[in-house]
Design a protein around this ligand. Structure first.
Ligand code: MTE
Length: 321
């Protein structure tokens, strides 16, 4: 078994080679932990605050890369954590790094509601207990025509949803970010209707590429990237990948979503990366990779067409953008 530890990356230095060479490996939890997580009545653990230190250990000890970015070099940790969209902290790209420390992530709980057999509010630690963590390097393409390549750590959203037993009426999955205007200065301004809300169709949510991420570059998720738990849907524009999730609800009707409601012409519900469908104010044919000069061609479904195109086989993607 190959063990790989990430180097601490001080600056804009990346070390893509070991990342790309390292093999896929999964963290297997001990049976005892799994049993605790599954036992009814134990879902609220006494030491909810412990999730962070436990997760650190798990991320450091047993991560390995599965390269789903076709060998493209990961963006530097510095660029990943200093050029962000997280409007809860302001609209500037540096705001999330500067103000992110105000986000209180420990303790954290996640409500899972609606069309599920097992609804409730769960300490994050219990959500993570017994869950295999996996690292995946994904392309990350923002609607604003910039992109990154990010080594995320997390697990398929489908794992979580299946554990809660979606009913046959569950057609969409809604996600909400924490609402805490005292600490999140952006939420004192009406940039969008808070809290930030996103949604996926159930088949998109259950797709094996769709992840809940709790870390990146082998470390616990930085606040500015959506600590402690965020969505990652690599074939869609970044605004679908909602950060700092406190609520997941399975519903029958298509729900409202923040950016689509604010401006449906500019932000479609599907938001699939598509170089052939421009944003009304700019082209989506090319993108700027953060940390690189020049522009590169944008790939259909962000390069994940083989995996996801079938989800939209009967749809006019110009109309359902
Ligand atoms: N989630 C919340 N809660 N608030 C936000 O402002 N911005 C979105 C998405 N998730 C956003 C969010 C947008 S527009 C993008 S491009 C990505 O997060 C950016 O992720 P990154 O900062 O990790 O690159």
């Amino acid at each position: 078994m190959i063990r790989y530890r990430y180097p601490r990356i001080p600056e804009s230095e990346v070390t893509p080679k070991p990342l790309l060479d390292s093999r896929r490996r999964f963290l297997r939890q001990g049976a005892a932990l799994g049993a605790v997580a599954a036992a009814p009545g134990l879902l609220w653990s006494a030491d909810a605050k412990a999730w962070q230190s436990k997760l650190e250990g798990r991320l450091e000890e047993a991560l390995a890369s599965s390269d789903l970015a076709n060998g493209e070099a990961p963006t530097s940790l510095r660029d990943i954590t200093t050029y962000n969209n997280f409007y809860e902290f302001g609209t500037g790209k540096r705001d999330p790094e500067v103000y992110g420390h105000r986000l209180v992530t420990d303790p954290w709980s996640l409500a899972i509601e609606g069309e599920v057999d097992k609804a409730g509010t769960f300490a994050l630690e219990d959500v993570l207990a017994g869950q295999m963590l996996e690292e995946r390097i994904y392309r990350h393409r923002c609607v604003e025509a910039w992109s990154k390549v990010i080594p995320w750590a997390g697990f398929p959203l489908a794992d979580l949803l299946k554990r809660h037993g979606p009913t046959s009426r569950a057609k969409y999955v809604v996600f909400e970010t924490i609402h805490d205007p005292d600490n999140l200065r952006g939420q004192r301004r009406s940039i969008i209707e808070w809290p930030y809300r996103e949604a996926l169709r159930i088949d998109e949510a259950m797709h094996p590429l769709t992840m809940l991420a709790v870390g990146l570059y082998g470390e616990v998720m930085p606040n500015q990237n959506g600590a402690p738990i965020r969505l990652v849907v690599p074939w869609k524009y970044g605004f679908k990948s909602i950060k700092s999730i406190v609520r997941i609800a399975l519903v029958e009707e298509r729900p409202t979503t923040s950016w689509h409601d604010r401006n449906p012409e500019e932000y479609g519900f599907y938001a699939n990366v598509n170089p052939g469908v421009d944003h009304p104010r700019w082209s989506q044919a090319r993108e700027r990779r953060i940390g690189e000069s020049g522009r590169r061609e944008t790939l259909m479904f962000n390069g994940y067409a083989d995996e996801v195109a079938h989800l939209y086989a009967d749809m006019d993607l110009h109309r359902h953008y």
